[in-house]
Write a protein that binds this ligand. Sequence first.
Ligand code: SF4
Length: 396
Amino acid sequence: MFILQVYKLLDDKRFQESITRASNNARHGVSKALKENPWLEELAARIKEVGDQVISNLEHYIDKTITSLQRAGAGAHLARDSREALRIFDDLTPDVDLVVMSKSMAAEEIGLREHLEKRGVEVWETDLGQFLVQLENGKPMHTIAPAIHITRAKARRLLSRLGRDPGSEEPEKLAHAAREFLRGKILSAKTGVTGGNAIAADTGSLVLVENEGNIRLVSGVVEHHIAIVPVDKILPDLRTALDMVLVQSAYAGIFPPTYINVITGPSSTADIEHKRVLGAQGPRRLDVILLDNGRLRASKHPVLKAQLRCVRCGRCQFECPVWEKLANHWGGPVYGGPMGLNWTSIVHDPDLASELSFYCLLCGRCSQVCPVSIPLDDIIRWHRTRVWKEGHSGEN
Ligand code: SF4
């Protein structure tokens, strides 16, 4: 019963303190970024407009992205659902024994880590927060900051399980212990998995934004890079894809980001007789799995299609009074908060989204702060009325 979990979370003082602290810090980070860089709000408005254009013609942009990826020397695969994405992944990696991953909600969505572990593959998350979530066998509590619920004391306990006590609870020591462990794994792995913050239909370029530097390692030192990218991350051109990741990082409260990676095909060289060959110092192979999983269907839905504009900044979560009490425990199996509830409806289970929508206060603060003006509370209201009108979840 979800309600029992709610009471348990409300009683958990440490959990409440962690989420409140993270929300306050994030809100401050966003205000500062927008105050110092007012042009970001104009950029966000442009991303909204372009996003709508892509959503209204999503099949066309998927085809164009596939063509561009192939032209760049990458493998391009369209997965209709999670099962197909996992099958494609298995076909691409029949003999793999160690995989390193960067934080990817798309990988969470298809259950990739659990799937690989069942296959007997050793898998490590390399984003520090996601690594801690893996060690506690938990769920990411925020799109951008998955471990906001984990205190430094708990982080030390989790890292000690690897047989290496960080020596103190100082964040620097904890980060160093994780780095030492994960660097060894990254340098031993032949396959690296990332998501994609954006992908450009005109060039097939993946754009990945980060602070830790793990994404450039996971996508750069391995032989085979596999990226799992939801189709709503497609933008018409590279310029707009870069703009989009700037908007995402600003509204996530981490502007400017430390790194923006642009990856167009596998590594290559033309240094011998000016003939381009694939496989220089970076990966010899790049495969991109474009994940549909309900998104194409949603792009034709009068209410749900607006959610496909989402840049996954998590700003709505930090503004939501319910999320501030329950974090991603509320919203669905993978995504959480106001945006998570709507994503749950698109990629998992509309009935579950309708059920969870009754925990929403309908205050509308999420919609007010969304950089791409998604009417989140209107969509959540629709989830409720859908139950009333139909008497059951019924037709989506
Ligand atoms: S719904 Fe809006 S505020 Fe929430 S994560 Fe998506 S883009 Fe950000």
